[in-house]
Design a protein around this ligand. Structure first.
Ligand code: GTP
Ligand code: MG
Ligand code: ZN
Length: 300
C-alpha cells in the first residue's frame, strides 16, 4: 500500500527545491518538491511520500490559513511563511526605527488575521540613540493598544528584560519574527531557544551583518508553539491592499471612523471626518495618522 509510505509534517525550512519536514519532534525528513509546488514555504503542512533509497518527495500542501509574502528580486510574490498566528515585528534603536515599515507590518497582520507584538530590541542603546521623538512614537503604539515589549537580545536569558512577558505572548502560537536587517531577530531567537545555535550577524562598520539570515526557518518552542526567524528586509512593500483595507488595518481608527459623515470616508480630506477630528483633538496619535496618509497616497 502506498499510503503506508506517506507521512504528514510541517515544513521547517526550504533550500530551493529541497525541504526539511518535521514529522514529529524526533523525526525530520529531507524531501524534494517539484515545480508545481513552487510556492511551498516554511510553516506549510504537507504530505510527503517516501521512495526507495531514503528519498522522499512532496505530494500535497494542505490549504493554508494565511501566508506572509514578499516580492523577490524579479518582483514576483514569494511566500515567506505560512499558517501564522502572530507577527513579532521587531525594531531597534540602532538601526534606527523605520516606523513606516512597522505600520505596514501592522496592516499586514490585520490582513492575515494574526495578532501582532511590537518588539523594541537593543534597549541597552536607548540612552545613547533614542531621540525623544522616537521614544514618544513608540509610546503611541502602547496608547493604541498594541503590546510593546522592550528587549535586550544580546543579554543572557537570566537578565533579559521583557523576556518572560514575551514568552507568555508567544506560547502555543506560530510566531514569525520580521523586521529590518540587523535589528536582532536571530539574537532574540537564540535567547528564546537556548538549545539552538542560530547564527547572528556581527555588524561591521558598514552596518551590514555578516551572518545575515538568508533562509526562513521554523523552530519549535520548548513550551509549545513555534518561532520562525526570517531574513531581514530593507523595505517591505504592502501586498496589494485597497484603500479600505489600509484604513481597516489602522485599527485605532475604527471607533471614530464609524461616525464619519460618509461611510466610505478615507479619513483624508472629507468633511465631517471623525478620525481627523480625533487626531486634531489629540485622541489619536498624529504621527501614525500622517504615516497613514502617506501610505494611502502610495497606493493611489
Ligand atoms: N547592543 C545590542 N546589540 C544587539 C542586541 N541584539 C542583537 N544585537 C546585535 O545586533 C547585530 C545583529 O543581530 P542579528 O540577530 O543578526 O540581527 P537580525 O535581525 O537577525 O539580522 P538579519 O538576519 O540580517 O535580518 C549582532 O551584532 C547582535 O549581536 C541588543 O539587544 N543590544
Ligand atoms: Mg537574522
Ligand atoms: Zn473619516
Amino acid at each position: 500500500m502506498s499510503s503506508s509510505k506517506q507521512r504528514q509534517g510541517r515544513v521547517i525550512t526550504r533550500f530551493g527545491a529541497e525541504l526539511l519536514v518535521e514529522i514529529s519532534p524526533e523525526e525530520r525528513l529531507r524531501c524534494t518538491a517539484r515545480r508545481k509546488f513552487d510556492q511551498v514555504a516554511c510553516g506549510d503542512y504537507v504530505t510527503i511520500e517516501l521512495a526507495e533509497h531514503g528519498n522522499a518527495r512532496l505530494i500535497e500542501i494542505a490549504p493554508r490559513k494565511n501566508a506572509l509574502t514578499r516580492p523577490d528580486y524579479s518582483h514576483r510574490l514569494k511566500t515567506i511563511a505560512a499558517n501564522i498566528d502572530q507577527l513579532l515585528i521587531m525594531v531597534s534603536w540602532r538601526p534606527e526605527p523605520f516606523w513606516e515599515l512597522l505600520d505596514r507590518y501592522l496592516v499586514t497582520a490585520w490582513l492575515l488575521d494574526t495578532s501582532a507584538v511590537i518588539i523594541m530590541n537593543k534597549d541597552d542603546l536607548a540612552s545613547q540613540y533614542a531621540s525623544e521623538e522616537a521614544v514618544q512614537t513608540l509610546q503611541e503604539y502602547t496608547q493604541i493598544n498594541y503590546p510593546v515589549i522592550k528587549t535586550i537580545a544580546s543579554n543572557t536569558a537570566d537578565d533579559a528584560p521583557g523576556l518572560t512577558h514575551l514568552q507568555q505572548l508567544i506560547d502555543g502560537k506560530t510566531n514569525v519574527l520580521v523586521g529590518q536587517s540587523g535589528v536582532g531577530k536571530s539574537s532574540l531567537a537564540n535567547l528564546l531557544l537556548p538549545d539552538k545555535d542560530i547564527l547572528v550577524g556581527e555588524v561591521s562598520q558598514s552596518g551590514e551583518g555578516r551572518h545575515t539570515t538568508t533562509t526562513t526557518t521554523l523552530y519549535s518552542l520548548p513550551t509549545g508553539g513555534s518561532l520562525i526567524d526570517s531574513p531581514g528586509v530593507r523595505d517591505f512593500v504592502l501586498p496589494d491592499v485597497s484603500a479600505q483595507q489600509l484604513r481597516e488595518g489602522y485599527q485605532e481608527f475604527a471607533k471614530f471612523g464609524s461616525y464619519c459623515k460618509f461611510n466610505n470616508c478615507t479619513h483624508a480630506h472629507e468633511p465631517g471626518c471623525k478620525v481627523r477630528m480625533a487626531v486634531e483633538a489629540g485622541e489619536l496619535p498624529a504621527r501614525r495618522y500622517q504615516r497613514y496618509l502617506k501610505l494611502l497616497s502610495d497606493i493611489r
